[in-house]
Design a binder for this molecule. Structure first.
Ligand code: KIV
Ligand code: NA
Length: 275
């Protein structure tokens, strides 16, 4: 069954957790879709994990469309959610609608995600008016890394916690269908999740959220530049992959690969007759 904003709202009502993972390509989309993940997020985290940047700021609309289209081709039942990259919506509601529209038309996304609360209310309203589902994202919003002075937990003081709660209320009022809560204290995530009627998706938040999201390279143990506190390694695929690469190297070097069954036959006569 295709996941939609309606099924996500139903899941919240019924207390059934929503599962989201980041995804950036076709083969991974098929694997996640077949496993039953509800939502594939083409995160602008692709800047770090796919492209090797140190933050998300350099990611372009072209990068996002390219990866979103690949994921869409592999997603049958999963909802395809595309991140709006830095400066694709901050500049105006007009830019926000045009760029959200490109992710839908060229990337074939089912919805878009953008960062911010009170400051992006107009953009959210404009995108929603264009009939494009919006997932908001509050708390530790990585596109604000320079304003925050680093990737730090947000909302520990009364003022900051109040601001994040208010941001969450504002994005719901503006018409967002979901909201990601990133890098905030667990009790604050619990309170927001109870108060809002739209589903909350946590990362570095709490299990009181209506769903969870992780960057797949983190949860598969494939990315070692840094590992945030909130990551659980569900498998050590990095080690499995390195073992496979080492096995390939030695089998090629010792001539055991390719073996006869990997090669194409020809009549020996043909070879004998070659001049
Ligand atoms: O870009 C991303 O991967 C994200 C998630 C971590 C929520 O925005
Ligand atoms: Na993101």
């Amino acid at each position: 069954m295709k996941n939609t904003v309606l099924t996500f709202h139903q899941q919240k009502e019924e207390g059934k957790k929503i599962t989201m993972l980041t995804c950036y390509d076709y083969s991974m989309a098929k694997l996640m879709d077949e496993a039953g993940i509800n939502c594939l997020l083409i995160g602008d985290s692709l800047g770090q994990v796919m492209l090797g940047y140190e933050d998300t700021l350099s990611v372009t609309m072209e990068d996002m469309i390219h990866h979103t289209a690949a994921v869409s081709r592999g997603a049958k039942n999963a909802f395809v959610l595309a991140d709006m990259p830095f400066m694709s919506y901050q500049t105006s509601s007009y830019d926000a609608v045009v760029n959200a529209g490109r992710l839908m038309k060229e990337g074939r996304a089912n919805g878009v995600k953008l960062e911010g609360g009170a400051t992006v209310v107009e953009q959210i309203k404009a995108i929603v008016a264009a009939q494009i589902p919006v997932c908001a994202h509050v708390g530790l919003t990585p596109q604000s890394v320079n304003a925050f002075g680093g990737f730090k937990v947000q909302g520990k003081s009364i003022e900051k916690a109040q601001q994040i709660l208010d941001d969450a209320r504002r994005v719901e009022e503006a018409g967002a269908s979901m909201v990601v809560l990133e890098g905030i204290p667990a009790l604050l995530a619990d309170k927001i999740s109870k108060e809002l009627t739209i589903p909350t998706i946590g990362i570095g938040a709490s299990n009181g959220c209506d769903g969870q999201v992780l960057v797949y390279q983190d949860m598969l143990g494939m990315f070692s530049d840094f590992t945030p506190k909130f990551v659980r390694k569900f498998a050590d695929c990095g080690s499995v992959m390195k073992e496979a690469f080492a096995g390939y190297i030695s089998e090629v070097q010792n001539g055991n690969f390719p073996a006869k069954e990997h090669t194409y036959a020809i009549d020996e006569e043909v070879i004998a007759q070659l001049k």
